[in-house]
Design a protein around this ligand. Structure first.
Ligand code: ATP
Ligand code: MG
Length: 404
């Protein structure tokens, strides 16, 4: 497939943004350019509501595909064969070459060689070509059939397995037939920035991915409790963030030392409220970091009813700790659904590696499931004069790591 010199990038949603459309397209082009930069010399071109990626050097097809299929905003990618001359012979040769490169031996198509039905569909953007669209459809269809019929190729004009698209633009012909799905969503950078509470579990990497998919740039914060949690636990979080960053772009991760705060809560508050109070302080710190970096919201991987700190009452009390929006994209998903999602985006295998989380170390056997705001506030009074300084220190000493 390495003979493919061009890809057509299909995008859907950004096409509906009216005047802003150009802004969205520009950002998508920029994202593509940045991701492909290390892999060769590529030109990213915008042309009449389309984006083309053109290779001007050798490149590794699989590596390029691996990156392109992770760029939010891309719905599909079509490998394109280009007819360099504006003649029927050139288009015919390119169509045959396209079939060989897309469906021939060594390619990863699911049709067992050329054993599929097809139809040709031509669009003349440049009308100066001496044949009309229907004539080109028929002639190219005939020539492809002649070449590949003995290998199983056949025509079906009503429900073809493969639609062969020919576009005549400028002084060239562009031929493509197969669409490799992209992740969809909106290009990162089109919708502000958010601070994700990233733990080593299954849920928060999925939540981070989901918000980023809507075009939001992501930062993250991890609460580390050495020596109760190990370096391996931190490395696991970094690894998860790095996997998500393959889609979202670089993630600025804050590693906050949370041990002293946890011990302070443990020593001063009722143990059945530890998790709730701890979460409230996590949120407060996240909000401080978010404000500092211009993030407009906090993101978590909470889902209603999953554990005691995720009941409706608990979530309400935790939310009340901050005054910025809190987004929980997996809120209505079952665990199994979140697991399947994480398998799809590639975080699952890392998430299930067995390292301890700070939340699990200080948990009570019987945590409250229906905390009352008044009761939590009363308990938190015991922290006054002790915890503020620790929070300031945690924010100030947070270590920054760039995940990419
Ligand atoms: P996850 O699978 O994302 O770890 P969970 O099911 O284990 O979530 P909790 O431990 O209650 O649930 O955590 C709920 C949310 O709180 C997480 O999804 C994450 O956003 C945040 N969180 C929990 N622990 C940490 C931590 N140590 N650092 C940063 N965020 C955390
Ligand atoms: Mg967890």
């Amino acid at each position: 497939m390495n003979n493919i010199k061009m890809f057509l990038v299909r995008y859907a949603e950004i096409g509906t943004k009216g005047k802003n459309r150009y802004v969205f397209e520009d950002i998508l082009c920029k994202r593509i350019r940045k991701r492909l930069e290390p892999l060769g010399h590529f030109e990213i071109r915008r042309d009449y509501g389309r984006i083309y990626v053109e290779a001007h050097s050798d490149y590794d097809y699989d590596m390029v595909m691996e990156r392109l299929t992770k760029i939010f905003g891309i719905v599909g990618l079509c490998p394109v064969t280009v007819a360099e001359d504006f003649t029927y012979d050139s288009i015919r040769a390119a169509a045959i070459q396209h079939f060989e490169e897309t469906f021939g031996p060594g390619t990863d198509n699911s049709y067992n060689g050329y054993n599929f039905s097809f139809k040709v569909h031509t669009r003349r953007i440049n009308k100066n070509f001496p044949m009309n669209s229907m004539e080109i459809d028929m002639e190219i269809g005939h020539d492809l059939l002649e070449k590949f019929e003995s290998k199983g190729l056949h025509v079906d004009v009503h429900k073809p397995d493969i639609m062969v698209e020919i576009e005549l633009r400028g002084e060239k012909g562009y031929i493509y037939s197969k669409t490799i799905p992209g992740p969809g969503g909106l290009p990162v950078g089109t919708n502000g920035k958010a601070m994700s509470l990233l733990s080593g579990g299954i849920d928060s990497p999925v939540a981070t991915y989901m918000i980023s998919k809507r075009g939001v740039e992501m930062e993250a914060v991890y609460y580390n409790s050495p020596p109760y949690t190990s370096l391996r636990a931190l490395e696991k979080v970094e690894k998860l963030g790095t996997i998500v960053s393959q889609y979202s772009g670089p993630i600025k991760l804050y590693v906050v030392n949370f041990t002293e705060i946890q011990l302070c809560i443990y020593d001063n508050c009722p143990h059945d409220q530890l998790t709730i109070i701890m979460k409230r302080i996590m949120f407060k710190i996240a909000q401080r970091l978010a404000e500092r970096d211009d993030c407009q919201a906090i993101v978590t991987g909470e889902s209603i009813g999953q554990v005691s700190s995720q009941t409706m009452q608990s979530l309400g009390v935790i939310d009340a700790a901050v005054d910025c929006p809190v987004y929980r994209p997996v809120i209505g998903m079952d665990k199994q659904e979140i697991v399947e999602y994480s398998q799809r985006i590639g975080t699952f295998e890392t998430s299930i590696e067995p390292y301890e989380d700070c939340c699990t170390i200080f948990v009570d056997k019987h945590p409250v499931t229906k905390p009352k705001m008044a009761s939590i506030e009363k308990s938190e009074k015991h922290l006054v004069g002790k915890v503020e300084e620790l929070i300031d220190k945690a924010v100030e000493t947070a270590e920054v790591k760039w995940l990419k």
